[in-house]
Design a protein around this ligand. Structure first.
Ligand SMILES: *Cc1c(COP(=O)(O)O)cnc(C)c1O
Length: 354
């Protein structure tokens, strides 16, 4: 089923579409659209788009890095980081579910001849310094050359501890490796930890941040890191066809998101908690709620499709992943929407307590 064209414009609280599939589904509001319409623009391939430049500088400053690069997506950002860190025949180490390894079409190997060593993660999405150290290859021509560790924060809604990430980075440094942080949802981690974003990014050489998820911009990610690294990534972006011209219209939305949508992520976290608490009361439903904006449910296999249909009939959209189905709170989900969702779950046959 396609949900294209559905909007909540003019809808009352009881018939709004409640789309819990992802925080990528948010649509730019009036004020963000105004900022986009009024953006100063130029040709960014010539380095002349002041709004793109302002965004790159702002994100770099927020994350405590030297330079930034505005790119089309988180996937492109991670790919450019891998290509800029690693040469052909080199490898990176990453958690086995991490997006940079598991969800990006094998881009680093397809386009960069880069190998990967995936590591098992624990129940909170973490890998350990010991695991990393044990997998760094010795200087032996049988092996790829280990070059990079890829971390992620948050991982499936779980905040990664600074201590663990620092311990991994210390091992990496000791062995001459770089550290890339896929911080697609880094701002959720920063808000949950009550730390400045730069503190959450401090152990990493390079960071990828998505503006199009919880932060609510329509398009875009920013890769940040040392100036020479960003210069290589800028070359890679052009090569991949990602050099954009008057991209300031998009960057303006990202700047608006950074100015207005970081602190409010706490509301998404509170709404996820509220949702988890409400769903936990459903008979026989397994509910798992990390600290940020995600809730995972594990309905019985035979219940998932009937449940999705039952919810869809009430304007509530959830994803279809198995065995755990993810529900994500975001900018376009209110506490009322959460309560409506809990009510709808309670009215589903399998969960009904009678
Ligand atoms: C969504 C996501 C990405 C990729 O972002 P896209 O913009 O969808 O390409 C990368 N890493 C993580 C952890 C993500 O959640």
């Amino acid at each position: 089923m396609s949900y294209a064209g559905m909007t909540n414009a003019g809808m009352s609280a009881s018939n709004r579409i409640v789309d819990l599939r992802s925080d990528t589904v948010t649509r730019p509001g009036e004020a963000m659209r105004r900022a986009m319409a009024e953006a100063e623009v130029g040709d960014d391939v010539y380095g002349e788009d002041a709004t793109v430049t302002a965004l790159e500088e702002k994100v770099a400053a927020l994350l405590g890095k030297e330079a930034g690069l505005f790119v089309a997506s988180g996937t492109q950002s991670n790919l450019l980081a891998l290509l800029a860190h690693c040469q052909r025949g080199e490898e990176y180490i990453a958690g086995e579910t991490y997006h940079s390894y598991a969800e990006e079409g094998g881009g680093a190997s397809v386009l960069g001849g880069i190998a990967v060593h995936p590591l098992a993660i624990d129940g909170r999405g973490a890998i350990t310094a010991e695991q990393v150290e044990s997998r760094i290859k010795p200087d032996d021509f049988h092996y790829p050359i280990t070059r990079l560790v890829c971390l992620e924060n948050t991982v499936s809604g779980h905040v990664q501890t600074i201590e663990n990430q620092e311990a991994i980075a210390a091992v990496a440094r000791r062995h001459g490796l770089s550290v890339h942080l896929d911080g697609a949802r880094l701002m959720n981690a920063a808000v949950a930890l009550g730390l400045p974003p730069a503190a959450v990014a401090s152990h990493a050489d390079s960071v990828s941040l998505c503006l199009s998820k919880g932060l609510g911009a329509p398009v875009g990610s920013v890769l940040s890191g040392p100036a020479d690294f960003i210069a290589r990534a800028r070359r890679g972006r052009k090569m991949l066809g990602g050099g954009m011209r008057q991209a300031g219209i998009l960057a303006a939305a990202c700047l608006y998101a950074l100015d207005h949508h970081i602190d409010r992520l706490a509301e998404d976290h509170a709404n996820a908690k509220r949702l988890a608490k409400g769903l936990a009361a459903c008979k026989g439903l397994d509910v798992d709620a990390p600290e940020t904006n995600m809730v995972f449910i594990a309905p019985a296999e035979e219940d998932l499709e009937p449940l999705r249909a039952h919810l869809a009939a009430r304007g509530i959209i959830i994803a279809a992943q198995r065995p755990k189905t993810r529900m994500v709170t975001h900018l376009d989900i209110t506490a009322e929407d959460v309560d409506r969702t809990i009510e709808a779950f309670g009215a589903f046959g399998a969960f009904y307590k009678g």
